[in-house]
Design a protein. Structure first.
Length: 284
């Protein structure tokens, strides 16, 4: 069985963590939707921009595999789009319609098991927080109706505390109000859980979570999903979970796929590839 999760929101859901700052996650039982088919996950998962990078989704999926279900596959449906406001996600708009289309395609080949939402930076000024709850309520209600999943778990994440500290800080002077709206929405709606961004750190732009923080954020999203509870602060064993994810032993097929990737990217030459590939296939 394949359990799929829809990724929606703006750039911090799509992911802007620098790829070189964390160990890659390789797991043949984690998939992503590409061209209507499942492919083995590789990062970046949500390629909405040329700057796409590490998102929270990979560590969410890996935590799900390690601590929730080691038998089945988990699959990610990337539909987040950087820089988008809640109005951009209106139910008449292309982003919402595309998310419904992609999720329905995934439902034909999987069980849709959750929705992951992170958005709000674009609504953190101009008093837009005052209408956020009303608009978001309609969006989620309609999404669940369109997909015929009235009780599907929805995980929403908080905005980073660093937003006002950067060069674009004047555009985020109401991010605390958005965080309050997101938490209150989660507390007041069934099957909805909040994951805090407390203590998470940013790239130099002070807008996007850095790669290490995205790994931690994914764990918090998973904990909220697993426990069906709000995660209102840090998770005490985040670093240990990341270490477990990084130290997971790769299967033979995962090693083979990684080797082919290294050859395709030019990090090993043809002779090195042939030697290592032969060694891999000769191992019992």
């Amino acid at each position: 069985m394949i359990h799929s999760f829809l990724m929606i929101g703006q750039s911090n859901m799509a992911g802007r963590g620098f790829l070189q700052e964390v160990s890659p996650i390789h797991d043949e039982k984690i998939k992503m939707l590409r061209n209507g088919r499942w492919q083995t996950m590789s990062e970046p998962i949500n390629c909405d921009r040329s700057t796409s990078g590490i998102s929270l989704a990979a560590s969410f999926a890996s935590s799900w595999r390690l601590f929730h279900n080691q038998e089945d596959d988990i699959a990610l449906i990337p539909c987040a789009d950087g820089g988008t406001s809640l109005d951009d996600w209106s139910i008449e708009g292309p982003l919402f319609q595309n998310a419904v289309f992609q999720a329905k395609a995934a439902q034909k080949i999987s069980t849709l098991s959750g929705i992951l939402w992170h958005q709000g930076e674009n609504d953190s000024s101009g008093k837009k927080h005052q209408s956020y709850t009303e608009k978001f309520t309609l969006l989620i209600k309609t999404l669940r109706e369109e997909l015929h999943v009235p009780h599907i778990p929805l995980i929403v994440g908080g905005l980073g505390d660093f937003l006002q500290d950067g060069m674009y800080g004047q555009y985020f002077n109401e991010h605390h109000e958005i965080n309050k709206a997101l938490l209150e929405f989660a507390q007041n709606h069934d099957d909805c859980y909040f994951a805090s961004a407390e203590g998470l750190t940013a790239n130099p732009d002070n807008i996007h979570f850095d790669a290490v923080s995205q790994r931690k954020f994914g764990i918090r999203y998973f904990k909220a999903f697993q426990q069906k509870a709000h995660i209102l602060g840090t998770v005490k064993d985040e670093d240990q979970i990341i270490e477990q994810i990084n130290n997971r032993l790769l299967t033979k097929s995962e090693k083979s796929e990684l080797l082919q990737y290294q050859f395709a990217m030019g990090t090993i030459n043809a002779d090195e590839f042939q030697i290592q590939f032969a060694e891999l296939n000769n191992r019992s």
